[in-house]
Write a protein that binds this ligand. Sequence first.
Ligand SMILES: C[S@@+](CC[C@H](N)C(=O)[O-])C[C@H]1O[C@@H](n2cnc3c(N)ncnc32)[C@H](O)[C@@H]1O
Length: 280
Amino acid sequence: MRPGLFKVCPVIEPNNIQNIDFAALYREQKSRTDFKPKAVADWDKRAPQMRTRLMQSIYNDAFLERVDLSGCESLLDVGCGPGNLALPLAGRLKAVHALDFSSQMLQALRENAQECGADNVTTHQLSWEDAWADVPRCDVVVASRSMEVADMQTALLKLHHHAKKRVYLTYKLGGSFVEPEILEALGRTITPKPDYIYIVNILYNLGIYARIDFLPSEGKGLNWASEEEFIQSVRWSLGELSSEEIERLRAHYQQRARMQALGDRPVNWVLMSWEKHDTE
Ligand SMILES: C[S@@+](CC[C@H](N)C(=O)[O-])C[C@H]1O[C@@H](n2cnc3c(N)ncnc32)[C@H](O)[C@@H]1O
């Protein structure tokens, strides 16, 4: 049975949008993309740096101001990282459940919770793929910038199942974590990730008609502390780089530094959200 709020009339033409299997199209492109998912160890290593760096940002403010907590007492944050969304919301709720597969991210979140005096947060070290049998259903479920999954439909159904009232998720706009200019400088063509529109359409196939909004994030003009950090950020997204590619990136960085006056380019995230009724 479809979990959604609305039932769509069945249509028999094969090319009708209702008959396109967006879940399968997502899985297929996700298996081919050059942006490979990160392992637990990669996120563990990033946690100390993210613990402070993520806490203040225009993205957090934009996300938080769109979350409707009316009538809500509990929240589940999936892929919570160091708690940059879960912790500001904890003060307005009775219970917060923070789920992440990285023990170091959860450790960072616990330290941040202690610092801000949030004593109503329970952590769950689990991945998207694990069973969440011991994670309680909550009024609001959020998944911010964390939906790196091979099977998007299964992950969306998990969010939907665990929510009593509302779901909010964000996903990068455009399918690439590396800007076109940087790819050009590298001389690489890539297979991007499936873009957010797959998610909107998978939800549509499930009978869930999501609201869409676009959130700003910190710009990437010359947002790296050094040339080495810039190269490391490209390596994080694309994996190993040849020495020739590294030289090209260095030249690009220098050129960018000279063009800094052009200003930052905002990185956009897409917020998808929907209401849930108790009967679903
Ligand atoms: C980019 S951070 C986002 C953190 C926070 N939600 C935010 O928006 O700032 C991605 C988070 O998702 C977690 N994550 C990535 N893949 C995951 C998986 N398969 N299962 C559970 N958590 C995962 C990482 O450990 C990391 O904390």
